[in-house]
Design a protein around this ligand. Structure first.
Ligand code: SR1
Ligand code: MG
Length: 399
């Protein structure tokens, strides 16, 4: 029985030869470590012709971007592999395939996605993938409906809530989304010029109570098996194709958290575009992003309602009108979590390339200001923004 050890490139090649499911395993000869996320090692494994064939991902026993002063459970690799397997069962077209998982080494082997690119990088460059939003809405509808009480047997659901209890990773989200941006905290980072605006996040009582409500629902509303960190950096796109990866933050939580995380990242890109592209291109890309927001929500909402009409197993939840009423609750949550994502990605620890890539300082400050004010508005006004058309009108009003 092997013991945990951190992989070198040579270990990754050897492992891929054994577990990559490649017909001619000896053709695999080299590996490149490509992990640019906050937590893990990720190796691309190449054959003798220089083609990349599979991906090896290994969880480290600490937060990679901080170091061993922040230990982190290896159990997250199991959660990630099993969430992706379940999501893949219900949405095979848009979930990365897990070919093999090893609990001792905290390693998984995944299908190679070299023909795809990380969506965030493409959004930063202004590249549009017009199908992506509808595909992502469909992924959200399929995965969240089929793991909810509408569809799961109540015994299975309760067992799965236990199986996917993910305290250490949830703790990161609980701190980074709902606490730190609203406190003076050493992990926060934002332009000094915005101190007066950021100070209002700490002192606005109504905002703090709304954020408390969002955190409370995150802690206690076990509505479906969430991805838990679904943003443009955990999504691969290609022409006509979209694949979701990186589900280590998965747990049973409020459906609006996943949907709001997606919309929040699209809207961060919207806010950042004037700093990333020339004015005419930025204006066009902003319209595409608003289309993406509209399409993602509509595709999710229509998909969820269609599945509820067709496949709800719980007799009480099948009562006519209940699914639509529940969808309104998801919408309010979506707006709130979208707001917290806008704020935590611009004020808190995990800042994103959309903003960091902006070279001009004054422009970067203006983009952050827009993202923070939009986030604040969405959290405060969630009960008064009735649909996605009203959301888009609010975004336009914000600047
Ligand atoms: C310490 S981990 C920080 C962030 O990186 C992950 O991708 C999640 O978004 C998390 O919040
Ligand atoms: Mg991730």
């Amino acid at each position: 029985m092997s013991q945990y050890r951190t992989f070198t490139a040579a270990d990754a090649v050897e492992y891929a030869r054994q577990f990559g499911g490649i017909e001619n395993p000896d053709s695999l000869i080299s590996a490149q470590e490509i992990g640019d996320g906050n937590l893990n090692l990720v190796f691309k494994i190449f054959d003798h012709e220089g083609s990349s064939r599979v991906i090896i991902k290994q969880a480290l026993p600490y937060v990679r971007c901080v170091g061993d002063s922040w230990p982190l459970t290896l159990e997250r690799a199991r959660i990630e592999a099993e969430v992706l397997q379940i999501h893949g069962e219900f949405c095979p077209d848009h979930t990365v395939k897990i070919l093999h998982y090893d609990p001792v080494l905290a390693v998984m082997v995944m299908e190679d996605l070299s023909s795809h690119a990380i969506w965030r990088g493409e959004l930063v460059k202004g590249n549009d993938y017009p199908q992506a939003a509808a595909q992502l809405g469909s992924y959200l509808a399929q995965t969240l409906f089929h793991t909810s009480d509408f569809y799961q047997h109540p015994h299975q659901k309760k067992a799965d809530v236990i199986r996917f209890t993910n305290p250490e990773l949830c703790d990161i989200t609980e701190e980074l989304f709902f606490n730190e941006p609203y406190e003076e905290h050493e992990r926060n980072g934002y332009p000094r010029a915005l101190e007066p605006l950021i100070a209002t996040l700490r002192t606005d009582d109504e905002l703090r109570r709304k954020v408390a409500g969002l955190k409370h629902r995150f802690l206690s509303n076990a509505e479906a098996l969430l991805h838990g960190d679904v943003h443009s950096g955990s999504i691969f796109v290609a022409t006509g194709s979209l694949k979701v990866i990186d589900a280590e933050f998965g747990f049973y939580g409020p459906i609006g958290f996943d949907v709001g995380s997606v919309l929040g990242n699209l809207l961060i890109n919207y806010c950042a575009l004037p700093g990333l592209l020339a004015p005419r291109e930025a204006a066009a890309a902003r319209e595409q992003r608003l289309n993406d927001v509209r399409t993602t929500w509509q595709s999710f909402a229509e998909g969820f309602l269609a599945l509820a009409a067709e496949k709800t197993r719980d007799r009480a939840l099948a009562y006519p009108g209940y699914a639509a009423a529940f969808l309104s609750k998801i919408w309010r949550d979506t707006l709130g979590y979208c707001g917290t994502e806008l704020i935590r990605r611009t004020v808190g620890m995990s800042q994103v390339a959309d903003i960091k890539t902006i070279g001009d300082e004054a422009m970067r400050i203006e983009c952050v200001r827009q993202a923070v004010t939009l986030g604040r508005t969405l959290i405060l006004a969630a009960d008064n923004i009735d649909d996605v058309v009203a959301l888009i009108a609010r975004v336009r009003q914000n600047g």
